[in-house]
Design a protein around this ligand. Structure first.
Ligand code: PMP
Length: 356
C-alpha cells in the first residue's frame, strides 16, 4: 500500500499469468500456445507493414480486420469488435455488458481472469459449481423467471478442464436467460468445439469472444475479437473509445488479416495439434493418468498415485514446464499444453523416469 495509490489498487488481486521463462531450452507446455508458429504469410504481411507508415496511427476502428473476420464467419462488420488480445476484449465486455445490480455468474472452475475483472470494475458475481465430473450444467446458471443473473460468462471449451458444451446447451442458457448477456469465451474452440457465432443472428443476448493466440499461433501479436449483434458491439466501442482508441496496431492488423486469409495453414496446423493430443492422451492413459475428455489444445490430467505438485516439480527439474493450479477441487490435476510431437515424446520419456 502507498498513500499515492487510488483506493481500488490495494483491493485488487491481479491475474497471475503462466510463467514465460527467460531461458531458451525449456519445453514450455504451460500457457496453451500453439506449437506450429504463425503462417509464413502472416510473417510476410507483418514485414510488409513494417515501413514508413508506422509513423501514422493505425485505423482506430480496424475496419479491414473487422471486415475480414466478418467475411470469414458470415456476419456483418458492425457485428465484430477487435482488441489487443481477447483479455482486453473481455475487460471491455465486463465493464460494458456484465456490470449490473444482479450478480454475474460463471463456473467455479473456469478462466481465473474473470474474478479479477470483477474486482477491477466492482462487479458482483456468483460462481456456479461444475458437476462432480467437471461438466458445466446449463441449468445451473439460473433462469429469468426463477433466479435471474445480471450476466453469464463461461469458456467453451472450458478452461482448464478442456470439456466442451454442445450448441444445444448454449441455446438452453440463452433461452433461459433472455434478460442477461451470455458471453461464450471460445479461446479454444477451434481444437474440437463448435462455435456459437452462427447463433448470433437469432440471439440478441449472445456475445462470442475469440482469440488469435491459440489456434492461429499468434499469442505474441495480441489480437482478439467479439461477435454479437450491433447493440452489444456498440457498447464495446463506447468503452474502447473511452479507454484506448488504437488497441490494434498496424503490424497486428496486417498479421491478423493474413492469418484469416491462410485457411489451408490454419486447417493443417490445428489438425496436427488435435492428432498430437489424441496420441498424448493414449500415452498418458497407458501410464496411469485420468484425463478429462479434451476439446482444446491442452489436457487436464491427474495421476492415480502421484500427486500433481510433485509431478510438476519433477518435470521442471527435467526442463519441462506444465501448469498446476493450487486451488480447491483441481489441486490433483496438471494442465498440459499440446506441444510439437517431439515435445510430447520428451514429456512421456520424462514421465517414464519420474513414475518408474
Ligand atoms: N480466455 C481464455 C479461456 C483463456 O484461457 C485465455 C488465455 N489465457 C484468454 C481468454 C486470453 O487470451 P488472449 O488475451 O491471448 O487472447
Amino acid at each position: 500500500m502507498s498513500r499515492f495509490w487510488s483506493a481500488v489498487v490495494g483491493t485488487l488481486k491481479p491475474y497471475v499469468p503462466g510463467e514465460q521463462p527467460k531461458v531458451q531450452d525449456l519445453i514450455k507446455l504451460n500457457t496453451n500456445e500453439h506449437p506450429s508458429g504463425p503462417s509464413p504469410k502472416v510473417i510476410e504481411a507483418i514485414q510488409a507493414a513494417a515501413g514508413d507508415t508506422l509513423k501514422r496511427y493505425p485505423d482506430p476502428s480496424s475496419e479491414r480486420l473487422r471486415s475480414t473476420i466478418a467475411g470469414y464467419y458470415g456476419v456483418e462488420a458492425n457485428q465484430v469488435f477487435v482488441g489487443n488480445g481477447s483479455d482486453e476484449v473481455l475487460a471491455h465486455v465486463f465493464q460494458a455488458l456484465l456490470k449490473h445490480p444482479l450478480p454475474l455468474r460463471f463456473p467455479d472452475i473456469s478462466y481465473s481472469f474473470y474474478p479479477v475483472y470483477c474486482g477491477l470494475y466492482g462487479i458482483a458475481y456468483e460462481t456456479v459449481p461444475l458437476s462432480d465430473d467437471f461438466r458445466i450444467d446449463p441449468a445451473a446458471f439460473g433462469a429469468a423467471d426463477a433466479s435471474p443473473a445480471g450476466g453469464i460468462i463461461f469458456p467453451n471449451p472450458n478452461a482448464p478442464t478442456g470439456l466442451a458444451l454442445p450448441l444445444a446447451a448454449i441455446e438452453q442458457v440463452l433461452n433461459a436467460n433472455p434478460q442477461a448477456v451470455v458471453v461464450v469465451d471460445e479461446a479454444y474452440v477451434d481444437f474440437g468445439g463448435e462455435t456459437a457465432i452462427g447463433l448470433v443472428a437469432r440471439y440478441e443476448n449472445l456475445l462470442v469472444v475469440q482469440t488469435l493466440s491459440k489456434s492461429r499461433s499468434l499469442a505474441g501479436l495480441r489480437v482478439g475479437f467479439a461477435v454479437g449483434q450491433q447493440t452489444l458491439i456498440d457498447a464495446l466501442e463506447r468503452v474502447k473509445n473511452s479507454f484506448n482508441s488504437y488497441p490494434v496496431d498496424r503490424l497486428a492488423e496486417a498479421g491478423a488479416i493474413a492469418a484469416f486469409e491462410d485457411e489451408a495453414y490454419f486447417q493443417r496446423t490445428r489438425a496436427e495439434v488435435i492428432a498430437s493430443r489424441e496420441r498424448l492422451v493414449a500415452a498418458l492413459k497407458a501410464r496411469g493418468f485420468d484425463i478429462l475428455p479434451s476439446a482444446a489444445n491442452f489436457v487436464f490430467v491427474r495421476h492415480t498415485s502421484h500427486d500433481a505438485a510433485g509431478l510438476s516439480a519433477a518435470l521442471r527439474e527435467r526442463r519441462i514446464i506444465v501448469r498446476h493450479f493450487n486451488q480447491p477441487r483441481i489441486s490433483d490435476f496438471l494442465r498440459i499444453t499440446i506441444g510439437t510431437p517431439d515435445e510430447c515424446d520428451a514429456l512421456i520419456r520424462a514421465l517414464d523416469t519420474i513414475l518408474a
